[in-house]
Design a protein around this ligand. Structure first.
Ligand SMILES: Cc1cc2nc3c(=O)[nH]c(=O)nc-3n(C[C@H](O)[C@H](O)[C@H](O)COP(=O)(O)OP(=O)(O)OC[C@H]3O[C@@H](n4cnc5c(N)ncnc54)[C@H](O)[C@@H]3O)c2cc1C
Length: 445
């Protein structure tokens, strides 16, 4: 196929063409640093907004609106005239020809390529579960979970059969990492404290929220002490926590593990992500999951003009442990590479090795209860909740978001209110959703 070439922007500082794939936590920081140095760069992203993924679960549970956690890429990069934004999907990388291929058939050449395309939901080989267990990786995912969740309660209110009501009000969350724990706590609070006040026939506070983890305990990235605290907090909220259980069946209206089949209204997949498929396209070594192996200066081995960072990259720390897929890792790598690349392009200085400095791990386990850990220091409860808020406000990209989101947290904290309770018709799965009711919905009305 012949590819039409897109013109790179005319650089003010005409030294090199840099193409950055992905305006996530990593790619944006590279773009900003290059922009500050006046270096011409093109950011290619298939979305026109940067997404603050750590707060996706709050959209999924109606605490925040989708627009609160998305910021236009063009707005973020407005102060950097040398940086061009291209709203396009990358479908191929030709490392030998130093070109990327876009879904519209066009191509874009580069002198340096920064691969920061992140990750996607992975069902670890059970791809048929994709339509049965909703992942949480995009705005669309979070809105779908929110709409299906709220519709399940609405349909339970209309159902006449008590068993069907129970099924509709049963939610299974698969995966006991931070996302699963945060979702379980937030859905439990939504049903116990918010929806409980608004329904007449059903008792949303009796909803069955199940959190299923395959490993021996929740939150393997945290110490046992904090994981036990999180489990106890969730159980206090009424969440049923199952560990050492591998889900082996997901159907239209039930899911199963250990030989049991359990009726369910909604199944959410929080068990894992895998890297973007672009990583395998550059022809360099990857780990088993497909993350591109990079050297300490984030350079891809054997390809001196290609760098990979964030969720798509595999890099070990000084102790030989792989860096985790976290926003703070991606952001720090982006800042490091952006500055290093600017020095390389302008002054020919080599890029220094990257060193990750953890600002601590946090997870929310319900209202004013969180866990926070950094090295040997740990916090739980209200102070950890505050630490979580500070870290996330620091990570939020736009000033507008910091103000809005912080105000919303405070309001919610005081009132238990969930303002974004919107069932958007377009978000619902019309093919055969589990949240539809079986019986004639009007029979008992
Ligand atoms: C639900 C959830 C909760 C999380 N909570 C936390 C948390 O509390 N703390 C924390 O530190 N981390 C958290 N993370 C992890 C964190 O969000 C990621 O580690 C981080 O986003 C990785 O940054 P990145 O720049 O590598 O990728 P991303 O931020 O995912 O950005 C990748 C970008 O590449 C674009 N892209 C992908 N493919 C293409 C293509 N083919 N063509 C064009 N553009 C493309 C995407 O549109 C996207 O904008 C969470 C993640 C999820 C899903």
């Amino acid at each position: 196929m012949r590819h039409e070439a897109i013109q790179n922007p005319t650089p003010k500082n005409p030294v090199a063409r840099v193409v950055i794939i992905g305006a996530g936590f990593a790619g944006l920081e590279v773009a900003k640093a290059l922009g500050k140095a006046g270096i011409a760069a093109t950011v290619v992203d298939r979305r026109n907004y940067h997404l603050f993924q750590p707060l996706l679960y709050q959209v999924a549970t109606a605490a925040l609106a989708a627009t609160d956690i998305a910021e236009p890429i063009r707005k973020i990069l407005r102060p950097y005239p040398s940086v061009q934004v291209l709203f396009a999907e990358v479908v191929g990388i030709d490392a030998a020809a130093r070109k990327i291929r876009l879904s519209d058939g066009k191509s874009l050449g580069y002198d340096y390529l920064v691969l920061a395309a992140g990750s996607r939901t992975s069902y670890f080989g059970n791809d048929k579960w994709g339509s049965l267990a909703l992942g949480l990786k995009s705005i669309e995912d979070s809105r779908r979970i929110r709409s299906e969740l709220l519709r399940a309660f609405e349909n339970a209110e209309r159902a006449s059969d008590p068993a069907e009501q129970d099924r509709l009000m049963s939610v299974a969350i698969i995966g006991g990492g931070p996302t699963g724990v945060e979702l379980a706590g937030s859905i439990a609070e939504l049903s116990r404290f918010t929806l409980a006040r608004d329904f007449r026939r059903i008792r949303p506070q009796d909803a069955r929220i199940m959190l299923i983890e395959g490993g021996p305990r929740l939150l393997p990235g945290f110490s046992r002490k904090l994981a036990d605290y999180a489990r106890a907090r969730l159980q206090k909220l009424g969440v049923i926590v199952e560990t050492n259980q591998t889900v082996d069946y997901i159907g239209e209206k039930e899911f199963g593990f250990a030989g049991k089949k359990i009726p369910v209204g909604l199944v959410i997949w929080a068990a894992g992500v895998g890297p973007s498929p672009l990583g395998r396209m550059i022809g360099s070594p990857t780990d088993r999951a497909g993350r591109v192996v990079v050297g300490p200066n984030l350079q891809v081995s054997g390809q001196s003009e290609i760098f990979a960072l964030g969720d798509i990259a595999y890099l070990e720390d000084e102790d030989g442990k792989a860096l985790p897929g976290l926003a703070q890792v991606a952001k720090q790598q982006g800042i490091h590479l952006g500055r290093g690349l600017a020095d390389l392009i302008i002054e020919g200085k080599p890029i220094q090795p990257f060193r990750y400095r953890s600002r601590g791990n946090t997870a929310i386990v319900g209202r004013h209860a969180a866990i926070f850990e950094t090295g040997r220091f740990s916090l739980k409860g209200w102070f950890a909740w505050l630490a979580w808020a500070v870290i996330h406000v620091y990570l939020l990209v736009g000033f507008q978001h910091r103000v809005i989101v912080t105000t919303q947290w405070l309001w919610r904290y005081l009132t238990y209110e969930r303002g974004a309770r919107v069932i958007a018709f377009d978000d619902l799965d019309h093919r055969g959703s589990r949240t539809k009711i079986d019986a004639d919905p009007t029979a008992s009305l």
